[in-house]
Design a protein around this ligand. Structure first.
Ligand SMILES: *Cc1c(COP(=O)(O)O)cnc(C)c1O
Length: 402
């Protein structure tokens, strides 16, 4: 047996979604003919805008001509896309970025899991609880997480986000080298106003720590006081790296394109240099047609289409939230995010509420404990199903409570 990575070999299995699927399957088997509606979908469902798929096809065809053929592109991504991101995602928010500060990738999962490669093996990181599991898992595989016990890793600092603090993470109590933040948040759906986010930036600068900011859901922000980017905070260029994605913005989950911003001013350019070096070692970039498709997201037709899709999902979220509130349930999120985070009724665990909804309403969601111990007693419903199915699911949930 070769010497294998012990941290990877002993990782706890991604048990949650398997268990969800198993319970749905068991229910379907014992109740044939009853259709289950999933409000647990973590993927977009609206088709891609026509202008995007046309750009994808045109770029592919261009590649079959001698003039249009392209081999390896720049590792950092084509300048046309980096410039479009600066112009359309950042300039309107008053954030001026240089094209050399933007790095194109095949998605935010790739980048958020790679950020920890910037850190020393002994570095300490903090995450929220509940959390998008990628931040934790990538540090586990790198051997930075310590021992696993009761759903937590001993060397990671967890910042509980619960009803009592409005799902706003407390500042780390111990020294950490990097803090992962994701707003609007998956799974809680909570977004932070600028003055709240500024507190973490101030803390990071005072403590010489980095913030790894996941802005995957920025397109869903509707509240005027919520920043789309951490760089809207004063001093964030001195401490923060931001990841973004076309996945939730424009339906690119199956096309694959994202980006990371590493400001030039971060430690005198040292981090930008490291990120560039790392990319050069590990990647040959994202395909030309995909980058042309991403560029088309910012055309007038593309913008209209993705804004319509976002509105479609947010209407679903609003319908879910309003209906559950009428039933007397406490809900969070769903305003600036496609997720509604529900406090389970009568002290049920997330799994008990899962079984209740499955059996009484044939509606599936996601138990909060799947995202961390502080998610226990909560339940995630997503707005990614069709408007018709979402309405039907709401109707069934209301009937189950009657
Ligand atoms: C969906 C999601 C992403 C996007 O990942 P891609 O790899 O770009 O598809 C990133 N972060 C969070 C928290 C997400 O939920």
């Amino acid at each position: 047996m070769p010497a294998l990575n012990p941290h990877l070999a002993s990782m706890p299995s991604g048990y949650l979604f398997q268990e969800v699927a198993a319970r749905i399957h068991a229910y379907e088997k014992s109740h044939p003919g009853r259709e289950i509606i999933s409000l647990g979908i973590g993927d977009v469902t609206r088709p891609l805008p026509g202008v995007v798929t046309r750009a994808l096809a045109d770029a592919a065809l261009e590649m079959s001509t001698p003039e249009g053929f392209r081999g390896y592109g720049p590792e950092q991504g084509y300048e046309f896309l980096r410039a479009a991101i600066c112009k359309h995602l950042y300039e309107p928010r008053g954030v001026t970025l240089g094209v050399d500060e933007v790095y194109i990738s095949d998605g935010a999962k790739t980048d958020t899991s790679a950020l920890q490669e910037l850190l020393a093996p002994e570095a300490r990181v903090a995450v929220t609880d509940p959390v998008y599991p990628v931040y934790v898992d990538s540090n586990v595989m790198a051997g930075r997480a310590g021992q696993y016990k009761d759903g937590l890793w001993s060397q990671i600092e967890y910042l509980p986000c619960v009803r009592e603090n409005g799902f706003v993470p407390p500042l780390p109590r111990h020294y950490v080298d990097a803090l992962y933040l994701c707003f609007p948040n998956n799974p809680t759906g909570v977004a932070l106003p600028l003055r709240e986010l500024q507190r973490y930036v101030d803390w990071a600068r005072q403590n010489g720590a980095l913030i790894f900011y996941d802005a995957a859901y920025s397109a869903f922000i509707t509240s005027s006081e919520v920043p789309r980017s951490i760089y809207e905070c004063e001093g964030a260029r001195e401490c923060a790296i931001e990841c973004g994605s076309f996945s939730k913005l424009a339906g690119f989950t199956g096309v694959r394109c994202g980006y990371t911003v590493v400001p030039r001013s971060l430690y005198g350019g040292a981090l930008g240099k490291m990120w560039r070096r790392r990319l050069a070692a590990k990647s040959n970039g994202v395909s030309y047609p995909v980058q042309r498709a991403a560029e088309a997201v910012f055309t007038p037709e593309g913008s209209r289409a993705w804004r319509d899709n976002v509105e479609y999902y947010l209407n679903n979220a609003r319908a879910i939230r309003n209906a559950l509130r009428k039933l007397g349930l406490q809900t969070y999120g769903g305003v600036d995010a496609p997720y509604v985070w529900v406090v389970t009724p009568e002290g049920m665990s997330g799994w008990q509420f899962f079984d209740f909804l499955l059996e009484r309403a044939q509606v599936a969601g996601t138990p909060g404990e799947g995202f961390g111990p502080s998610g226990s007693g909560y339940f995630r419903l997503t707005a990614f199903n069709t408007a018709e199915k979402t309405e039907e699911a709401i109707w069934r949930i209301c009937a189950a409570f009657a």
